[in-house]
Ligand binder design. Structure first.
Ligand code: N01
Length: 548
């Protein structure tokens, strides 16, 4: 009998899939969330199609290819755990994985579970509207494809709409301009160039020490100084890896008990930093500084809720900056003025050290910003800096940007953009009143960006698929949040945040980095309580939802 290659089988599957005019589920995005959602829906015997704007899977790790890009959550935690076989077979080469390794991992998962056959690449979803008569979503893409589905699931990512600020003279600049969130696939050779980088958030913190050694000069334009803790990246210790692999289920279960769903092994005490001596708090901070990573603020239970306790941690990091950076004027400029943690703390090695190098200049633009771009320069109110290339590490229209870039129309012709004109109102972050059978993965209103994304993705994929399964079994065709449950949920998210230091500065969590974006604290703080609430709602026949 003639054998057929796996590639040919995949192609045949794809052709069959392409001829469909209706499926159970359309999923937007083939990042880690979209891939798992596809896997879960198929496991239930449902038909599904994923549309992905990129030319491959991977989402964040497909687009963010800038020099030095790597994850700030530890590899063993930042990986899928739905399959123990997958978990054990993939060997991470470092404690914090690089973008390239994370992309290879996403591709491996898509191949291993035969997911590519239902993924249409290079297909950006432009519009989707709900038809109340047929109770179906109709989705169209940039390639002119259109498909009806019972459910629409947005797995569009939280940090996937790059924000390029409007600066006068942008069109005049003759050199190359890059954004970290949209980096060219082929890479960039900056050898011997003079480069200007705008922004000092997590992306810049990784770019700066990586490219500085190859440049003639680097100008760093800083509007707000940033807290950066070390990663101390390196190989994963064999004994630690072996212990995790011996019992992945407990590993996962324990991490999910943490507020940010990671770092159980470095958990702190459930006591106030103000209930012990300052020396004891500083000893713990020193220990955590030497461990490296995002659990730096986990030592006590009020470093993110009491401004007095927070100040101890903030001062600790500033004392480190003053020790590392030799020029006192530069180190003062690098010392942040806001509470630590209200903007995401960055993790990276060698950032502050870069400013000791003769070819790196910190330019303070906190008072008057960038005035304009010249043909070959960036200009502030005082000085013009000649640059060959510019890197904008200016962040993203976070959480809502990727969702609202699609024209989504629900009941009575209401668009999601109109519905969210004053902020992303929803229930559990999962569902929006007026938009039946639409689910959002790790969106605003859910713990999302304040957690290990893999744990949140896993919880959402499982909850959504159980919900769809239950509806199919009960022959229900509509599920939708009520207006009251939505209002109560937004109050809950806001109230929890108001008891912390999070809303106290202009962060992207609040939408404050995007001109004219409505201010609303978007993530729900506390993975364990969120998970519990979702479970209770499900056990109470989807309390707060209308079912039909
Ligand atoms: O973006 P950001 P990012 N003129 O928004 C400045 C994740 N991530 O891409 O603070 C001048 O944090 C802005 O200044 P200010 C992580 O969750 C993770 O770095 O608004 N400057 C800020 O300094 C992270 O939090 C990893 O005053 C302007 C910078 O640009 C999130 O992605 C790696 C400006 C933007 O910082 C976003 O990080 C990378 C303007 N007009 C990213 N507009 C890891 O896992 C903005 N800025 C390690």
């Amino acid at each position: 009998m003639e054998s057929v290659s796996p590639r040919a089988i995949n192609q045949m599957h794809k052709e069959v899939d392409s001829q469909k005019t209706s499926v159970d589920v359309v999923i937007v995005g083939a990042g880690f969330a979209g891939l798992l959602m596809l896997y879960q829906t198929r496991a239930l015997g449902l038909s599904a199609r994923v549309y992905e704007r990129g030319s491959d899977v991977g989402g964040t790790w497909f687009w963010n290819r800038y020099p030095g890009a790597r994850c700030d959550t530890e590899s063993l935690e930042y990986s899928y755990q739905f399959s123990t076989e997958l978990f054990r077979e993939w060997k991470w080469s470092e404690r914090f994985a690089t973008q390239a390794e994370l992309l290879r991992y996403a591709q491996h998962v898509a191949r291993k579970f035969d997911l590519y056959k239902n993924i249409h690449l290079n297909s950006a979803v432009e519009k989707s509207h709900y038809d109340e008569k047929t109770r179906k979503w109709f989705t169209t893409t940039s390639r002119g494809e259109s498909l009806a589905s019972d459910f629409l699931i947005l797995a569009t990512g939280c940090l996937s709409t790059a924000h390029l600020p409007e600066i006068p003279g942008m069109e005049r600049f003759r050199g190359r301009v890059y954004h970290t969130g949209n980096w060219p696939k082929e890479g960039v050779d900056f050898s011997d160039q003079v480069v200007g980088i705008v922004g000092t958030g997590s992306s810049a913190v990784q770019v700066i020490p990586t490219i500085a050694p190859q440049l003639r000069h680097l100008y760093v334009f800083q509007r707000t100084a940033n807290y950066v803790v070390p990663a101390w990246n390196g190989k994963i210790p064999n004994d630690y890896e072996a212990a995790v692999m011996a019992d992945p289920i407990s590993f996962r279960h324990n991490n999910a008990k943490m507020i940010r769903a990671h770092g159980f092994r470095n958990r702190g005490k459930d006591t106030s930093a103000l209930s012990v001596s300052r020396e004891e708090v500083e000893r713990d901070l020193e220990r955590r500084w030497n461990i490296g990573g995002l659990n730096f603020l986990d030592g006590f239970n009020d470093l993110l809720t009491s401004s007095e306790a927070n100040k101890i941690a903030a001062e600790f990091v500033k004392s480190k900056i003053r020790k590392i950076v030799k020029n006192p004027a530069v180190s003062e400029l690098l010392c942040p003025r806001h509470p630590i943690g209200c903007k995401r703390v960055s993790v990276g090695d060698g950032y502050y050290e870069s400013f000791n190098s003769g070819n790196v200049t910190l330019v303070d633009i906190s008072q008057s910003g960038i005035h304009r771009l010249g043909e070959e320069s960036i200009e502030t109110d005082r000085t013009s800096y000649r640059c060959d290339s510019l890197i904008f590490a200016t962040g993203f229209d976070a959480m809502t940007g990727p969702i609202l870039s699609i024209q989504i129309t629900g009941r009575n012709g209401l668009t999601l953009r109109e519905k969210w004109s004053e902020g992303p109102r929803n229930y559990l972050g999962l569902s929006v009143c007026g938009f039946p059978n639409l689910f959002i993965m790790t969106g605003p209103g859910s713990p999302s960006v304040l957690t290990n994304m893999h744990v949140s993705i896993d919880q959402h994929a499982a909850w959504i698929s159980r919900c769809i399964q239950s509806m199919k079994l009960r022959q229900l065709s509509e599920i939708e949040a009520t207006e009251e449950s939505e209002a109560r949920w937004i109050d809950t998210v806001t109230e929890i945040a108001s008891n912390t230091i999070f809303p106290s500065c202009n962060s992207w969590y609040l939408g404050a980095n995007i001109p004219n974006k409505p201010r609303m604290f978007m993530p729900y703080i506390g993975f364990p309580s969120y998970e519990r609430k979702c479970r209770e709602i499900e056990e109470n026949d989807y309390l707060g939802f209308k079912l039909a």
